[in-house]
Ligand binder design. Structure first.
Ligand code: HEM
Length: 180
């Protein structure tokens, strides 16, 4: 047991069992040092308190992973979106050529564009599953009414952003084609 840290006995046992299941042999001393570090280091303790020691209801399933998956999608969309915007030109005359330029000349430009467009698709698939889970389990009821309402606002902002993003490229192209 790690002295001075409350409730570590059962956690240690679970940890050992996991290691044994994975056929990993690490000296108990090393494990105790690592656990001490994780629980006492100012930053690691904060991460640990949210990600590992945080008490959670036992009925949570894999469906609760979609929230963090959505956060990952958001980060991906922002990073690839900003990178695309560095090479995209939002004018009727140059929009098409700048996309061609991204696809052909920019290093990994094709990859960034496909990540952004597929990322947008997956973002919506995940948000629908996320919302369906909240509806099925009644997560929109008290005490989560404000959380749900903020979710509705986020959903609207997502729809508007995706609409603006796709029209930015597609309508400019159409406009260009029709004006020629
Ligand atoms: C960018 C979009 C979003 C992100 C990053 C996000 C993130 C999260 C995260 C991390 C959680 C906790 C883990 C989980 O239950 O999955 C969560 C829970 C929740 N989210 Fe979202 N969310 C988003 C959109 C939405 C939308 C559009 C709604 C509803 C209209 C919504 C409603 C909820 C509700 C009700 C919960 C609580 C679920 C429960 O505890 O049973 N979220 N969200």
């Amino acid at each position: 047991m790690i002295r001075g840290v409350k409730g570590t006995r059962s956690e240690e046992r679970v940890f050992y069992r996991l290691l044994r299941m994975a056929s990993i042999s690490i000296s108990p001393k090393l494990i105790i040092t690592a656990m001490k570090l994780v629980k006492r280091h100012p930053l690691l303790a904060l991460v640990n308190s949210y990600l590992i020691d945080s008490p959670a209801p036992s009925n949570l399933s894999y469906l609760w992973n979609f929230g963090s998956l959505l956060g990952t999608c958001l980060a991906l969309q922002i990073i690839t979106g900003v990178t695309l915007a560095m090479h995209y030109i939002g004018s009727v005359d140059l929009a098409f050529s700048s996309v061609e330029h991204i696809m052909r000349n920019v290093n990994s430009g094709w990859l960034i564009r496909y990540l952004h467009s597929n990322g947008a698709g997956f973002f919506f698939i995940f948000v629908y599953i996320h919302i369906a889970k909240a509806l099925y389990y009644g997560s929109y009821r008290a005490p989560r009414v404000l959380l749900w309402s903020i979710g509705v606002v986020i959903f609207l902002v997502m729809i508007i952003t995706a609409f603006l993003g796709s029209t930015e490229t597609c309508l400019k192209w159409l406009n260009m084609i029709s004006s020629h």
